[in-house]
Write a protein that binds this ligand. Structure first.
Ligand code: MGD
Ligand code: MGD
Ligand code: SF4
Ligand code: MO
Length: 766
């Protein structure tokens, strides 16, 4: 534990508990304690939402004399109810951190040498504009790629990219959930679907690590469901916090989950345990699924997964008994094998066979403004409008990664996400054409993309690398220009779509003025756009203007949002196949009565999906036609050599991905990771806890400290992700612990382009 502050001080200054689960009980007392310390002066509460990770939980932030004194969850937002996690609470420590980049930086030494000079914003943006115009002249605008972590900020980046003429915009998603996104698109014609955890009776998690891979709303909903008797089964090669809290844990062989799911489907069909009425009415392709799982017996799956066939039979029966409130979670980080598309499709199909769709405790279509307005037959919920801008120029060449490009293996990948691993590849191989410039916003590919050494080699070859971050991140270390963004507590933004089972928009508000010479992303893109001669694409002044554009001038809604931190429209959670919620909806909007059927439920939108058949496609016509992959099929994958160990990773409760490791409070809570090794394996290697080892394979090697644990399979090792940082500019986190991606290959999995985070490694004592 760091000496500079105690756990108690941390809790006092934030609404967080240091552990994974957030609780609200003692918050009131803590607020009072902090406030009592303030002697007079101004005090204010501002509602906003968090960006310490991308769950974007609504917050209530207290300032005293222009300084933030307390961060808590927004008590009016039901799903999180006044709570934040440890990282959200530590936003205070990030905000005032002196290690943040305080002014724009322009590189003066060799790329990666760490030599910079401070510049004014005007100078830095002019420098970037000049280089971008030179690249456009010489190679074409498509030769500049733009990547941001997904979120509302990305729209501003995309607008600049497209106005400049590049189709090459990316999110991080191909390193995270793209397999489930594409699987959802193939099944429903949309990925706007969610899980109603709070009412579930049976949750089967295939490595979904709820209590460490935190989304506060999920944590609260699952804890409350479990208190009401929901059974949680955790399938994970390691004993995660989720496994510890689950009713049962199965240490599955890495990469074999699809065999388990296919066997569950086999039992549901073999024993007639599925919801035949649901399948007949709403779905397409059942017979193809039946045929494809004919040989996927529990005995076969036991051989693949290491889970006993009687357990697989029992899980299938228990899930059937809990239907339609039984769900196989589609997961979040879907990067266990290249065949993730098949696994996420199979998980969806199993859940759908249970009829767990559009009912409480099942999966559901999110209730967007368009869906609600369609049911009511008039506009009762405003959609979020976009500013009117001129048409974008048509790029001369298609995207480098083939997303949404006809005939390309990545055709199914949404063009707003793309396959971001294709960027370093296009830089190095110059195929299908060279990428010469890369604008990176709130994304850290040097840590988050696999095959780190290759990513760095690619960055070194660029004519222009711009990184917009809070810190001198591992990617910023190689940049020509670093643009320091104002942290989320220092910036106003427009509305964020936070729709779930009912429509809602959250609002980010500036809590205090920027501590350093920083700007918000939207201002950076507007000013850069102006320097590139693209001012007409930014026809708004500021976020006050943008909010009015988004809500069509509805000032009363904007006022409410500023006060409450969000707007909803008084609509209760709506599940279209649930009589009670439909009755409530019709009571509020009698116009929707005409959409209700004899059973008191609503079918229309469920039989008019954007799939080929308009129904839910258990057999996806689109992926059948494009790739011959209509129904999931088990294709064994080789993730390691016989004599190697599986190398796996996961999230830890007190850090975020490639982000928080230098944030003082969080760094102090956990400065480094260790490598989990099973005692039997350790005995063979002559290792004990605390020993120094080297983890190695053909891609690279890393030092590590050993942690013996029975909570990991003997053939597998595990580390928490995001450690072993490579930027000397991250003074606290630099070289602390083990980096993961140095030992992982570049992979773009079939259909969805997913990255791969499991590989074979050898461990050697040093
Ligand atoms: N081997 C391996 N690789 C993985 C994973 C794994 O488990 N194992 N996990 C994968 C997953 S699930 C994901 S989502 C990706 C995450 O990968 P990224 O999207 O690259 O990571 P983030 O942690 O979101 O942080 C990116 C950067 O955003 C900066 N940042 C934070 N807040 C702000 C802000 O307000 N403004 C600006 N401009 N910058 C900000 C941070 O300082 C950080 O440098 O990594 C993936 N890579
Ligand atoms: N505290 C915290 N919360 C976060 C984040 C964070 O960085 N920190 N990041 C956010 C983001 S971007 C994401 S994507 C989510 C991630 O949320 P999750 O996807 O739920 O979590 P992870 O820890 O990435 O990985 C889940 C688990 O997969 C297991 N695993 C590895 N290989 C296999 C396999 O082959 N089969 C099975 N069944 N399990 C396997 C690992 O042991 C790990 O426990 O968390 C989000 N919330
Ligand atoms: S889960 Fe934690 S870090 Fe992520 S947005 Fe919510 S409070 Fe912030
Ligand atoms: Mo992620």
């Amino acid at each position: 534990m760091n000496k500079r502050f105690s756990r108690r001080t941390f809790l006092k200054l934030s609404g967080a508990t240091a552990a994974a689960i957030s609780v609200s009980g003692s918050i009131g007392k803590m607020v009072a304690e902090v406030s009592a310390e303030a002697k007079g002066g101004t005090r204010e509460l501002v509602r906003s939402y968090c960006e310490m990770c991308t769950s974007r939980c609504p917050l209530e932030v207290r300032t005293e004399n222009g300084r933030i004194s307390f961060i808590a969850g927004n008590p009016e937002w039901g799903a999180t109810g006044g709570t934040v996690c440890a990282r959200g609470g530590a936003a205070f420590s990030q905000l005032y951190d002196k290690e943040r980049v305080q002014k724009p930086l322009i590189r003066t030494g060799e790329r990666g040498q760490g030599k910079w000079r401070e510049a004014t914003w005007d100078e830095a943006l002019s420098y970037i504009a000049e280089k971008m115009l030179a690249i456009k002249d010489k190679y074409g605008a498509e030769s500049v790629a733009f990547a941001a972590r997904g979120g509302p900020h990305k729209a501003y980046m995309d607008n600049l990219a497209k106005a400049y003429g590049s189709p090459n915009v990316f999110t991080h998603e191909s390193t995270c959930p793209i397999a489930r996104t594409v699987a959802q698109e193939a099944t429903f014609g949309t990925s706007a679907v969610a899980i109603d955890y709070g009412n579930a009776k049976y949750l089967l998690s295939l490595g979904r690590s709820y209590f460490e891979g935190i989304n506060v709303a999920h944590v609260r909903a699952i804890t409350s469901a479990m208190a009401k008797g929901c059974k949680l089964v955790s399938v994970d090669p390691r004993f995660s916090v989720t496994a510890a809290k689950a009713d049962e844990w199965f240490a599955i062989k890495p990469g074999s989950d699809l065999a388990l799911v296919l066997a569950i489907i086999h039992v549901l069909i073999r024993d007639n345990l599925y919801d035949k009425e649901f399948v007949d009415k709403y779905t397409e392709g059942f017979e193809a699924v039946r045929a494809s799982v004919a040989n996927a017996t529990p005995a076969w799956a036991a051989g693949e997964t290491g889970i006993a066939d009687r357990d697989i039979e029992r899980i299938a029966r228990e899930m059937a008994a809990a239907k339609p409130r039984a769900v196989i979670d589609w997961g979040w980080r879907t990067t266990f094998t290249p065949e993730e598309f098949e696994l996420r499709r199979a998980s969806l199909i199993a859940t759908l066979l249970l009829g767990s769709f559009e009912v409480p405790g099942g999966i559901y279509l999110t209730k967007s403004a368009a869906l609600i307005n369609g049911l009511v037959g008039r506009n009762v919920v405003p959609g979020l409008a976009a500013p009117k801008i001129p048409a974008y120029p048509k790029p001369a060449r298609p995207r480098v990664d083939g997303a949404q490009v006809k005939g390309h293996p990545h055709f199914m990948v949404p063009a707003s996400d793309g396959v971001v691993q294709a960027v370093p590849e296009a830089i190095l191989t110059e195929q299908p054409y060279p990428i010469k410039g890369w604008f990176v916003l709130r994304n850290n590919p040097v840590i988050s993309q696999s095959n780190t050494n290759r990513v760095i080699e690619a960055l070194k070859k660029l004519d222009l690398l711009v990184v917009c971050d809070l810190y001198l991140s591992d990617t910023a270390w190689y940049a020509d220009v670093v643009l320091p963004e104002s942290s989320f507590l220092e910036r106003d933004e427009g509305f964020n779509n936070a729709t779930g089972s009912a429509p809602a928009y959250t609002l980010r508000q500036q809590v205090i003025k920027p501590v350093y010479d920083t700007k918000p992303h939207w201002q950076i893109f507007k000013e850069l756009g102006e320097k590139l001669g693209l001012a007409s694409y930014f026809p708004w002044r500021d976020m006050e203007d943008m909010r009015a554009i988004q809500l069509g001038g509805r000032q009363e809604l904007i006022k409410t949002a500023k006060e409450k931190g969000f707007i909803n429209f008084g609509i209760k959670p709506l599940f279209l196949r649930d009589k009670n919620s439909v009755a409530q909806f019709v009571e509020k909007f009698p116009d929707a009565l005409s959409r209700v059927n004899e059973q008191g439920t609503i079918d229309g939108p469920l039989l008019n999906l954007k799939t080929h058949s308009k129904k839910i496609e258990l057999l996806s016509h689109e992926t059948e036609e494009l790739f011959g992959r209509g129904v999931p099929v088990y294709r064994p994958v080789k993730l390691k050599e016989e004599n190697q160990l599986y190398f796996t990773q996961g999230k830890v409760a007190v850090h975020t991905n490639a982000h928080t490791h230098d944030v003082p409070w969080l760094n102090a809570l956990m400065p480094a990771n260790r490598v989990w090794i099973n005692p039997d394996t350790a005995a063979k290697l002559g290792l004990k806890t605390g020993d120094s080892v080297e983890i190695e394979n053909e891609y690279g090697k890393q030092p590590a400290a050993v942690l013996l644990s029975k909570g990991i399979r003997p053939d597998t090792v595990f580390t928490y992700f995001g450690f072993g940082r490579l930027s000397p500019g991250l003074k606290r986190a630099y070289k602390q612990g083990t980096n993961s991606n140095i030992m992982l290959p570049t992979v773009m999995g079939p259909v969805c382009g997913i990255a791969l985070h499991t590989a074979g490694v050898a461990i050697r004592k040093v």
